[in-house]
Ligand binder design. Structure first.
Ligand code: FRU
Length: 485
């Protein structure tokens, strides 16, 4: 259902009502994807933080469930993660069901302390009981948060690993445990690379380098402010992990990223304004590493106009690791996008328009040998501009108009450098839903995500492509069955 002038996204999770921010506790139980999220059950602003809950079988359509972990007088339930404790290492099981264990930050309501706490579920993640011995990890810090837990190793030597942050110190802290309850400090990482804001919501996981036996570990660190597009952003490090210590890749391997750094470009998971606190699912095989992020930015998240609900999640993306001419890079692919009713277009030297009927995936292949850039204007029915994507040989820009938003930081231009390529065509995917644009460029090696607050999917695209360039576009609609939901 959509409210006039403020349509609800069809392909992204939004809450029925009230505020949301970070995705939490993502896990797959073999049948359902579970998405928990930072939620204020009583209001449209950040506060009374609790874990909301939603279920999906396709990562596109989500059914909201009752609140999973409710805040109490003493503490808000800040971000964290979930693991399924199959072999009952925690002893919290009932002998029938494997305990589903949530590690979250208990953030004292008087802001005096942040510590890691545990809650467990014996009904597959529907209802949770807070552990009596909470907190399970307390350093007497005011900014110690966002535990992400995973299983490391196999057999006898397997253990649980937790990555957390000392947010103000720009440090990732790593702990180990055999039972999810007693945690021992293992190592710390940082400050490194982008440090102009607090470090939040870390994640650490292995990815096999495509077409090779090599495995590398990816450390994600969200930071706010200091993101590449201003405000909240997510950087990543590539390296090794031995169960205790994360070591970023060698100087030689980093050579290309260093060149990047010299011109002020670290490794960013996304170059847009609205892709924050992204974390991956527990319970999926490594080759299906799947991430969801909060599609907003602390620069303005609290002040955006709304119609009873505020905030949405990004499209789920699958992550892989690719050897490129500029070293190893993370690739993203949209998940759950159906490829229904393709419509193909091809332009050379043209000023054209293409109608858009609803949520749409656009695949484009661009050969740009022209002096000028290619422009895609996202336009409303009356011809007015919602935003514009400009593609030159080295850059992709997204310029967003203010629309109905009055916040001074909202209208903006995002710049994304395109990778150097021996192939002279650029592959582009653009996912349009009500309220957002998500762009994957260079086969997913670059990502740019922006909200388009209060905007319906554009009525049409205006395309201008100067002499010497060609653009082949295929549009895919959301399928009929999906539209019915
Ligand atoms: C990130 C964050 C986390 C914290 C949560 C509180 O957006 O600030 O560090 O746990 O939001 O809602």
């Amino acid at each position: 259902t959509s409210l006039a002038g403020f349509p609800r996204p069809e392909r992204h999770f939004t809450p029925k009502s009230n505020w949301i921010n970070d995705p939490n506790g993502l896990f797959f139980d073999g049948l359902n994807y579970h998405l928990y999220f930072q939620h204020n059950p009583h209001g449209i602003d950040h506060g009374n933080m609790s874990w909301g809950h939603a279920l999906s079988t396709d990562l596109v359509h989500w059914g909201e469930q009752p609140i999973a972990i409710m805040h109490d007088e003493a503490a808000d339930i800040f971000s964290g993660s979930i693991v399924v404790d199959e072999s009952n290492t925690s002893g919290l099981g009932d002998g029938i069901n494997a305990p589903v264990v949530a590690l979250y930050t208990a953030a004292a309501t008087d802001e005096s302390n942040q510590a890691q706490a545990l809650a467990y579920s014996l009904d597959g993640g529907t209802t949770f009981t807070k552990y009596q011995g909470n907190p399970v990890l307390d350093r007497g810090s005011k900014n110690f948060r966002d535990p992400k837990v995973f299983r490391y190793g196999s057999g006898e030597s397997a253990c649980w690993v937790m990555v957390t942050v000392e947010a103000e110190e720009r440090k990732v802290l790593i702990y180990q445990s055999t039972n999810l309850i007693d945690w021992e400090f293992a190592s710390e990482f940082g400050p490194q690379a982008a440090v102009d804001g607090v470090w939040e919501c870390p994640d650490l996981f292995p990815l096999q380098v495509e077409n090779s036996d090599k495995v590398r570990w990816i450390l994600l660190v969200s930071l706010n402010p200091g993101g590449v597009a201003g405000g909240s952003g997510t950087q990543y490090f590539i390296g090794d992990f031995n169960g205790a210590t994360f070591t970023p890749q060698s100087r030689k391997e980093q050579w290309h990223s260093e060149i990047f750094s010299q011109i002020g470009q670290d490794n960013w998971l996304d170059w847009g304004r609205d892709f924050y606190a992204g974390v991956t699912f527990f319970g999926l095989p490594e080759e299906r590493k799947t991430l969801i992020a909060w599609m907003s930015n602390w620069d303005y998240a609290r002040e955006l106009p709304h119609r009873g609900w505020r905030g949405s999640m990004s499209t789920a993306r699958q992550l892989s690791l690719i050897e490129t001419e500029q070293g190893l890079q993370v690739r993203q692919q949209f998940l759950g996008t159906s490829l229904e009713n393709p419509q193909a277009f091809s332009f050379t030297d043209a000023e054209t328009e293409i109608d858009i009927a609803g949520p749409t995936l656009l695949n484009a292949s661009i050969v740009n040998n022209a002096a000028g850039p290619i422009r895609l204007g996202l336009r409303r029915n009356d011809g007015s501009l919602i935003s514009e994507v400009t593609i030159s040989q080295q850059w992709l820009l997204h310029r967003r108009e203010a629309g109905i938003t009055k916040h001074e930081l909202y209208p903006s231009v995002q710049r994304m450098p395109l990778p150097v390529s021996t192939d002279d065509s650029l592959q582009l995917q653009i996912l349009l839903d009500h309220g957002s644009i998500e762009i994957l460029a260079a086969n997913g090696l670059r990502s740019l995500t922006d909200q388009l607050v209060g905007e319906a999917v554009p009525s049409y695209l205006s395309i201008s492509c100067a002499s010497g360039s060609t653009i082949d576009i295929t549009l895919f609609e959301a399928s009929e069955s999906e539209k019915d939901l």
